[in-house]
Design a protein. Sequence first.
Length: 254
Amino acid sequence: MHLTAEQKCAYEEQGFLLVPDLVTGSDLEALRTRLREYTHGGRSTEKLTLQIEPRIQRGELRVAHPGDGIRKIDGLVQGDDLFRGLGLHTNIVDILQDILGAHIKMFRNALLLKPPTVGSAKGWHQDSPYWSVEPMELCSCWFPLDDATLENGCMMVMPGGHRLGALPHVSVTDDFVIDPNAIEPEKGVAVPMKAGSGLFFHSLIPHYTAPNRSEKWRRAIALSYLSSHSRYTGEGESPLYFPICGETFQGCVR
Ligand SMILES: O=C(O)CCC(=O)C(=O)O
């Protein structure tokens, strides 16, 4: 599933690209079923890192089942065979090679859940300012397991915003967001998506998701990748990243 020259150009110009039908049918259903086992019983989450919706964590909101309050699950690609298969899926890796080149590692994977009515917003932000990697040219594939709509908190992006470079970010309650003086949210566009599609986006694209005001789940996994030529700029040695394809280079991420 390689990109056409036109798609590649659109990604470079706009900083994002929607690709439909990366995974369909029973393969997509199997991922949903597996995730439900983690959130609502049947499978241990002991080896995973879970984050609960902040208002539920603080006791300001209640949900019927603990699984209805989970906001984030980290590490499924490392810990689960089906999600590992997704992280390494040929349809995704083909496109990543067109964007990042032949040598790729996975930087992170995070299931981002917006439970019905209680799922909160993720404010306008860029990913690279959160991440200790240079150059700031990572690529994420945001993959919804449910249809992502305006009502349940689909992705919103700022077309071309990756070309502004790293913008100043500030801490606010429960979040770390672009300084409101450095962004014009009215220029953002919503990207409703069918489950199983992928939104490939540059790590400097400003993006936002609204609260889930609907009765439907919005579950997505963010799969973030970097070129193996990238450099780790945090303290100490580079973490060991999950290998996707190609080689590792001296002085670069491990
Ligand atoms: O899925 C969401 O609600 C937010 C995703 C996001 O901001 C990210 O993947 O960086």
